[in-house]
Design a protein around this ligand. Structure first.
Ligand SMILES: Cc1cc2nc3c(=O)[nH]c(=O)nc-3n(C[C@H](O)[C@H](O)[C@H](O)COP(=O)(O)OP(=O)(O)OC[C@H]3O[C@@H](n4cnc5c(N)ncnc54)[C@H](O)[C@@H]3O)c2cc1C
Length: 367
């Protein structure tokens, strides 16, 4: 499609300029460990954020296909996109679907400008895969709610402007859950860092001590939190970040290894798989545009995509450790390989583990 090709050219131009001016250096898994607010602001200023959001708020008025093109190029370049990623990917669509007029007016233009960093407050010490076991509670107060409880594995909460918290307002299991936008920093929210094995501070344990949230910051309907959170997870699970997290490494390997037949065969196979994933993903995101967030292709793509991402690290490792080729491996490739090795175990856990997603797929097939 001509418009999408033009958009792709625009993004590539922006990224070439960024690289030429030292705006960033490529990393693996740049949507999770590439936090750079200044980069997100430049991307917003270039009109490359919120392309699927209504023009009325400053967005592109396009579809998920537009965002896919931009995302693919950013990930392929290893650009530092973490600061705006969660806000643009799942928070903005949720605000658009469920937010009040005031929330839309406040948050959407800011997301589109690349100003907003959002954290996702779902997992708890005793509620990960079994999210319906959430114990964080919200109790009614005058003009709002008091939230008490603990979230864990909260990506980037120490850097975020707000955390979207799933909390129990009544009922059992899936019933009686609701979502709240808790603004940060907040004196009644304590955030303790948990370092990853690489030493990078990424995760947090976030504790809410009777944290007051005004009614204006309730997201969607009280009692509809489960449905809303599942919709957000659909946006989270489908996307090129589920098969492109290691592409900067693969590209650097190709640069170093050149046209050696054996390495070309191994890398060619990986690149052919990426092409297949792209084709599938282009179809799957149509579900998001049509509002079908329950489509089983979404968890299916996430499981096969993230298994594939992990396998690319093994392919890269085999090539890098081959004594015949060690001299052709660039210093940058070694750095990216080390990064990819540290990040790879999490590919199949974040956003829901592959075992659990396979369960969702099989139940969907039986239905
Ligand atoms: C890099 C990264 C970033 C993350 N960021 C966030 C974030 O920002 N916000 C957030 O809320 N959470 C975040 N998480 C947490 C993530 O969503 C959870 O780790 C994940 O859902 C699994 O939950 P758990 O860790 O409690 O494991 P558990 O649910 O305890 O699972 C342990 C093991 O048991 C298996 N298992 C559990 N139930 C079943 C079942 N029914 N059938 C088969 N096997 C099962 C799992 O597959 C897993 O292997 C992040 C995780 C990672 C790795």
């Amino acid at each position: 499609m001509a418009e999408l090709d033009q958009l792709r050219t625009r993004v590539r131009g922006f990224l070439a300029q960024e690289i030429a001016t030292g705006g960033f250096s490529p990393h693996c898994d740049p949507w999770l460990i590439g936090f750079d607010r200044a980069f997100s602001l430049r991307l917003g200023a270039a009109g490359l954020l919120g392309l699927m959001l209504p023009a009325h708020y400053g967005g592109g008025g396009g579809s998920a296909a537009d965002r896919l093109v931009v995302s693919e190029e950013l990930l392929a370049a290893g650009a530092p996109v973490t600061a705006h990623w969660f806000a643009e990917r799942q928070f903005a669509p949720s605000i658009l679907r469920h937010g009040t007029c005031e929330q839309k007016d406040e948050w959407l233009p800011r997301v589109i400008r690349g100003e907003v960093c959002i954290s996702v407050g779902l997992s708890e010490p005793d509620a990960g895969s079994d999210l319906a076991a959430v114990r964080t509670k919200a109790e009614r107060a005058d003009g709002g709610w008091f939230i008490s409880g603990t979230k864990i594995w909260t990506s980037g909460a120490h850097l975020a402007d707000a955390i979207v918290v799933l909390a129990r307002t009544g009922g059992q299991k899936h019933e009686g859950l609701s979502q709240f936008i808790v603004r940060l920093p907040n004196n009644d929210v304590s955030i303790r860092g948990i370092n990853m094995i690489s030493g990078v501070r990424h995760f947090n344990e976030v504790h809410f001590e009777s944290t007051f949230v005004p009614d204006a910051d309730v997201l969607g309907e009280i009692g509809q939190g489960w449905k809303q959170a599942m919709e957000e997870l659909a946006y989270e699970r489908v996307g090129p970040e589920r098969y492109l997290s290691t592409l900067p490494l693969l590209q650097e390997l190709i640069l170093g290894l050149g046209k050696n037949p054996e390495s070309s065969a191994a890398l060619g196979e990986v690149l052919a798989d990426i092409r297949t994933f792209r084709t599938i993903n282009q179809r799957v995101i149509e579900h998001l545009d049509s509002g079908n967030t329950a489509a089983i292709d979404i968890p299916l793509l996430k499981t096969i995509g993230t298994n594939f991402e992990q396998s690319t690290v093994l392919t890269a490792l085999a090539l890098a450790n081959d004594p015949l080729r060690t001299s052709a491996i660039t210093a940058k490739a070694k750095e990216l390989l080390s990064e990819a090795q540290y990040q790879a175990p999490s590919f199949t856990i974040r956003g829901g583990t592959n075992e659990v997603l396979r369960g969702i797929v099989s139940k969907g097939l039986l239905r």
